[in-house]
Design a protein around this ligand. Structure first.
Ligand SMILES: NC(=O)c1ccc[n+]([C@@H]2O[C@H](COP(=O)([O-])OP(=O)(O)OC[C@H]3O[C@@H](n4cnc5c(N)ncnc54)[C@H](O)[C@@H]3O)[C@@H](O)[C@H]2O)c1
Length: 256
């Protein structure tokens, strides 16, 4: 039963996080949009509220401990509790290892790995008051395989997979489950804030190279998250990673 559960979804102003917020709201969950981008956060809040859903934007930088603490305090002040956390916010970085600065490396690790750690720490302090909580970490298939010049992103996502089983074991005694979802190629153009929203520009080869025959959609991730936060359906699942990539990482690729 998800009605009246309270979820914090980081980076929910746009992209996959926005789809997760939408699906949660449509199933009666109250959603905090913990987003750094003011424009995206306000717009998503208005959109969800316009549909009659209970959602609120709280400006949050997941890489800043004080910002995370304040977001959790605000959430509890407004909704009295936290049942669900989705660590979705992340940034990318594609640059040669010889050009990327130390600051750029640190920034990606802080947002993508330290962020989920901080949000889990402060949300779990509230979640332990109501057994049955769930933390979902959004990693990436790049935790397991790479294109060139993506070291901090891949390393941060590998860290998120490991953080998942570590937290799952630590928080099990509080009846909190922790799971990981690793998306492959997800086309998010239609889920961007309106100033960035555009029609997807996908070629037929983009779709056909996937064993599934298509590129992923944010709803592919959101629907799995919905299943994973439903205690009655997924209560025996914790500590593991789900790859959602249309089969791309199980495909063997040799040059012809
Ligand atoms: N789209 C894909 O193909 C894909 C593939 C694999 C994994 N992922 C993962 O899915 C998640 C969502 O990706 P997306 O494509 O929807 O990204 P996106 O860029 O569309 O959305 C991410 C959101 O996070 C917010 N954000 C960034 N830094 C933040 C911070 N410090 N604090 C709070 N919010 C912050 C951004 O403002 C943005 O609204 C990420 O964890 C990403 O690594 C995406």
């Amino acid at each position: 039963m998800l009605r009246d559960k309270v979820a914090v979804v980081t980076g929910a102003g746009q992209g996959i996080g926005a789809a997760i917020a939408e699906v949660f709201c449509a199933n009666g969950v109250k959603v905090v949009l913990a987003e750094i981008d003011e424009e995206a956060g306000r717009e998503r809040e208005a959109l969800l509220r316009g549909k009659g859903f209970d959602a609120i934007f709280i400006r949050t930088d997941v890489a800043d401990e004080n910002s995370v603490k304040t977001m959790v305090q605000e959430t509890v002040r407004i909704y009295r509790k936290i049942d669900i956390l989705v660590n979705n916010a992340a940034i990318g970085s594609t640059k040669s290892i010889f050009e990327r600065t130390f600051e750029e490396w640190n920034k990606v690790i802080q947002v993508n790995l330290t962020g989920p750690y901080l949000c889990s720490k402060y949300c779990a302090k509230e979640m332990i008051k109501n057994p049955g909580g769930v933390i979902i970490n959004i990693a990436s298939t790049r935790a397991f395989q790479s294109e060139p010049d993506t070291e901090p992103y891949s390393a941060s996502k590998g860290g998120v997979v490991a953080l998942t089983h570590s937290l799952a074991v630590s928080l099990a005694k509080y009846r909190i489950r922790v799971v990981c979802v690793s998306p492959g190629w997800i086309e998010t153009s239609l889920w961007k804030k309106s100033s960035l929203k555009k029609e997807p520009q996908l070629r037929s080869i983009d779709h056909s190279q996937h064993p599934s025959g298509r590129v992923g959609d944010p709803m592919d991730i959101a629907n799995l998250c919905l299943f994973l936060v439903d205690q009655e359906k997924s209560g025996f699942i914790t500590g593991v990673n789900f790859t959602v990539d249309g089969g791309m990482t199980i495909k063997m690729i040799y040059e012809e």
